[in-house]
Design a protein around this ligand. Structure first.
Ligand code: PLP
Length: 461
C-alpha cells in the first residue's frame, strides 16, 4: 500500500486552495488580534500523535483558533514595525514555488529559475546604479544578508595577524548589524551621528581616531526607526579613499529607489560594495525575501562557496544529456550558483514571487505603489503639524512618521495603542526617540488611507 502522505488528495487540495482563495479575496484584510491568548495547550494538546487526523479538522483548528490569534501585518491598518503588502500575484506565485519544490541552490538543478531570480535582482541592481557585473542572491531577510555581506568584507580585508577587525557603524544601524558584527568576532566602531545621520565627515573623524583595522562601514538607506537615509555619497567617498568595504543596508528603504521623489536621497548607493534590499518589506513580496547584491560577486563567491565532495557537480557547467562537453576543457564552470553568495547552502527560490509580480505588473506599478506610501507619509506629517494636540518629531524622509503627544508618558502611549487595536482602528505602537517615547507610523501599504491616519491622530486628542 502506498503511504498516503505522497498521494494526491483532491479533498484536502480543495480545502486548502479554498482557504487560500478566501484569504486572497479579503478586501481589505481585517486587522484582527495578535498575541492576547497566552496558552494554546488546550487547543493543541494531543493533536500530533501516532495516528492521523482528518485534514478538515486540522484546517478548522488553524482557521478558527490559530489564525484568529494573528494580527494581520498585510492589513492597511497595520502601521507598526515594518508592515507588509504582498501583491496578489506574488502571493499566488509563492504557492507555485512551494508546489514545484523549487530549489534555487544551483544552476545544475534549476537554471531557468536561477536566470529568472537573477533578472529580478537585475532590476534592483539597475535601480541602485550598480555596475552590470554586480549580482548576488536572495536570502531569508536583511539579517542574513547583512551577515553574509559583512563576512565577505571581513574575509577579503587585510587584517594583520593578532588584531581584531572592526566595522564602522552608526548608533542608528539596524540591530541585526550589531548581531552580525558580534557573530563575526569583529568590534563595532560606533561613529557619532549629528542629526542621526551617518556622514562622510563623521566617518573620517572616527577612522582618524580609531585604533585597529576597520574593514567595513555600514550605512543605512532608511533607518528602520525613523526612515533616515545616511549620507551615502559622503560615506562612499571616505570608504573608497580608505580602501574599506562600503555596505549599504537598505533593507527597509530600498523600495524607495523606485520613486523619483526619493531616489536622490540614495545618491552614492551606486558606489556600494554590497547592498541589501528586503522585497518582503517595501517591494511587496511575501516572506521571506531579501536581495543581497555585491559589486564584485567573485569576492563573495570565493568566501561563501561550500566545498564538499557531493557538491562538486555544482561547479561544472551542465550540458544537455548525450552531448559532449562544450569546449575542449570539458564544460567549463557553472554560470551562476546562488548558493555561492551567502552563508546558506540549500535555498528556496524565494526571488520568484517578486520576479513573477514584477513581470506581470511592470515597474511603473511598483513606482506608483511606493509613491503612494511616500505621499501618505508626507500628508500624515501635514496632519500632525496641523493638529494642535500633536507635535511632529521631524519631517519624514521616507515613509516613517514620528510624532508626540506632549505630556504623555510611555504608559499613555501603551494604553492608547492597546485601545486602537482593541477598536480595530490600527496597530500603532510607540517607539523611543532621543530617550523619549513617541508615536511612530510605518507606512508601506498603498491602500492605507489618510482617513485611517486621521482616525489615529484624532484618537490622541
Ligand atoms: C528590517 C531590517 C533589517 C532586518 O531584516 P530582516 O528581514 O527582518 O532580517 C535590517 N536592516 C534594516 C535597515 C531593516 O529595516
Amino acid at each position: 500500500m502506498r503511504n498516503p502522505m505522497f498521494v494526491f488528495d483532491e479533498r484536502t487540495t480543495d480545502l486548502v486552495l479554498d482557504y487560500c482563495r478566501e484569504r486572497l479575496a479579503l478586501d481589505p484584510v481585517p486587522l484582527d488580534y495578535g498575541g492576547y491568548a497566552t496558552d494554546f495547550t488546550g487547543l493543541l494538546d494531543g493533536l500530533i500523535g501516532q495516528a492521523a487526523n482528518d485534514p478538515q479538522d486540522v484546517l478548522n483548528l488553524f482557521t478558527h483558533s490559530l489564525a484568529t490569534a494573528v494580527v494581520s501585518i498585510d492589513s492597511p491598518r497595520f502601521l507598526s514595525f515594518i508592515p507588509a503588502a504582498p501583491t496578489k500575484a506574488a502571493l499566488l506565485f509563492d504557492m507555485v514555488v512551494s508546489c514545484s519544490s523549487l530549489n534555487g541552490t544551483s544552476w545544475l538543478l534549476a537554471a531557468g529559475v536561477v536566470a529568472a531570480e537573477n533578472q529580478a535582482l537585475g532590476v534592483l541592481r539597475t535601480l541602485a546604479g550598480l555596475p552590470e557585473e554586480a549580482g548576488g542572491t536572495f536570502v531569508s531577510g536583511g539579517s542574513a544578508a547583512n551577515l553574509s555581506a559583512l563576512l565577505v568584507a571581513r574575509d577579503t580585508a587585510d587584517v594583520p595577524p593578532g588584531t581584531r577587525p572592526a566595522v564602522a557603524v552608526s548608533a542608528e544601524a539596524h540591530s541585526s548589524v550589531a548581531k552580525a558584527i558580534h557573530i563575526l568576532g569583529c568590534d563595532a566602531l560606533t561613529v557619532p551621528t549629528p542629526d542621526h545621520r551617518l556622514t562622510g565627515d563623521g566617518l573620517e573623524a572616527a577612522l582618524e581616531a580609531a585604533h585597529g583595522t576597520v574593514v567595513a562601514v555600514v550605512a543605512t538607506g532608511g533607518t528602520t526607526n525613523a526612515g533616515i537615509v545616511d549620507d551615502l555619497a559622503g560615506v562612499a567617498a571616505v570608504a573608497r579613499r580608505r580602501g574599506i568595504w562600503f555596505h549599504v543596508d537598505a533593507a527597509y528603504g530600498g523600495g524607495a529607489l523606485f520613486s523619483s521623489s526619493a531616489r536622490s536621497r540614495f545618491s552614492g548607493i551606486e558606489e556600494a560594495d554590497s547592498v541589501v534590499i528586503d522585497p518582503h518589506k517595501w517591494l511587496f513580496a511575501p516572506y521571506d525575501c531579501a536581495a543581497l547584491l555585491y559589486r564584485h560577486p567573485a569576492l563573495a563567491k570565493a568566501v561563501h562557496t561550500q566545498d564538499a565532495a557531493y557538491l562538486s557537480a555544482f561547479r561544472v557547467a551542465p550540458r544537455p544529456p548525450g552531448r559532449p562537453p562544450a569546449g575542449s576543457a570539458g564544460g567549463g564552470e557553472a554560470p551562476w550558483n546562488p548558493t555561492d553568495y551567502a552563508y546558506h547552502l540549500s535555498r528556496r527560490s524565494r526571488g520568484m514571487p517578486l520576479w513573477f509580480s514584477l513581470a506581470v505588473h511592470g515597474t511603473d506599478a511598483y513606482r506608483d505603489a511606493v509613491d503612494a506610501a511616500l505621499d501618505t507619509a508626507r500628508a500624515a506629517a501635514a496632519l500632525v503639524r496641523a493638529a494642535p494636540h500633536l507635535e511632529l518629531v521631524r519631517e519624514p524622509e521616507l515613509s516613517v512618521v514620528l510624532f508626540r503627544r506632549p505630556g504623555w508618558q510611555r504608559e499613555d502611549y501603551d494604553e492608547w495603542s492597546a485601545r486602537l487595536l482593541g477598536d480595530q482602528v490600527a496597530l500603532v505602537v510607540p517607539t523611543v526617540w532621543e530617550g523619549e517615547p513617541v508615536a511612530r507610523l510605518a507606512l508601506l501599504h498603498p491602500e492605507t488611507t489618510l482617513d485611517v491616519i486621521a482616525e489615529v491622530l484624532d484618537s490622541m486628542a
